[in-house]
Ligand binder design. Sequence first.
Ligand SMILES: C[S@@+](CC[C@H](N)C(=O)[O-])C[C@H]1O[C@@H](n2cnc3c(N)ncnc32)[C@H](O)[C@@H]1O
Ligand code: SF4
Length: 389
Amino acid sequence: MTTASEKTAAPEPFGVYVHWPFCLAKCPYCDFNSHVRHGGIDEARFVGAYLSELRHFAGLAPGRTVTSIFFGGGTPSLMDAGTVAAILDAIAAQWTIDADAEITLEANPTSVEATRFAGYRAAGVNRVSLGVQSLDDEDLKGLGRMHTSDEALAALAVAKDNFDRVSFDLIYARMGQTVPAWRDELARALRHAHDHLSLYQLTIEPGTPFAARHAAGSLTIPRPREAEPFYAVTQELCDAAGLPAYEVSNHARPGAESRHNLLYWRGHDYAGVGAGAHSRITQGGTKHALSTLKSPEAWLAAVEACGHGITEDEGLSRAEAADEYLLMGLRLAEGIDLKRLEAIGGRALKERRLQALAAEGLLARNGDRLTATGSGRLVLDRLILELAA
Ligand SMILES: C[S@@+](CC[C@H](N)C(=O)[O-])C[C@H]1O[C@@H](n2cnc3c(N)ncnc32)[C@H](O)[C@@H]1O
Ligand code: SF4
């Protein structure tokens, strides 16, 4: 894999997202584009398709320097290390990879998957994000997970031995969970945390088995008001442990924020390859929103027939691009740059609305920076609606 050997000015961020759409089993809460294939997967054929689609995307975004790469899923830790290496080599063949590039792989924390970590490191991965989800074995079963909490902590230890940068995910405000139980669980998790944690409130996604059980009344989770103290405990414990929130659900030691995810929230370009991946690519001054076919087999067939699986390519209007920057940027603790928003959208936000929302304690303004306050981040949807109108 070749990298930019000499760094001059920091390049404009550009990311590559690689979606691996397969899992060993489908978790009942999950609506990600993930599929179970009991008959096995022809991995070599998929590798060929990733290489073709990367070539196609390099034609849409030529000459860029890749500052971050993210293998997400699905379960990318089911990939052979050789597959990851081949994809990284192909990215390096199409673009320049920055010498400091962050290369993350999302992994499920089973013992089998932990045995692959050394191979991923050798392939060039330098950061791992583990889906621990819970440290309570009963709840892990309820979430349909295929690992125990001990197994997850063992995988975390292997990850820390192999990578300088390690994150893990937990889901809170789960079925039947109390605030004191979450406080204990998070305190335990923080004792194992390395430099980054993603802490998501359980969401009932339409069409999932959890949604059916929730509708039937056999699965209860905290209502929005009841979930607020869970969020407050999360901020309190993470702040005290030196991992403040830099985004609604993401916490890091200062400097250890996920550069790839920051790139999404800061509105930079990225190419997404694989089934159901999304991209944002600026061409001729217009930001394009692209997505690929969601079915892995349909995507594979399309790539083999015409070099890519793109099914949508929409040029965003200036107002749409500005709304997207607002929507993503207000999730961040650093907020947005009002001058940049104006440059993207061609118009400024209405001063009276800004002042009214600031008076309600939902927004804070410091020169050209606009941030959502702690209470503002709890009602982000409303903020965006009022600001974008
Ligand atoms: C792409 S997913 C999963 C990655 C990996 N396959 C795993 O399960 O560990 C990324 C993260 O989203 C979170 N997530 C998925 N569905 C969720 C839901 N319905 N509510 C809250 N968090 C969710 C989980 O924490 C998960 O680790
Ligand atoms: S392993 Fe991860 S991506 Fe796969 S179904 Fe479960 S939560 Fe979704």
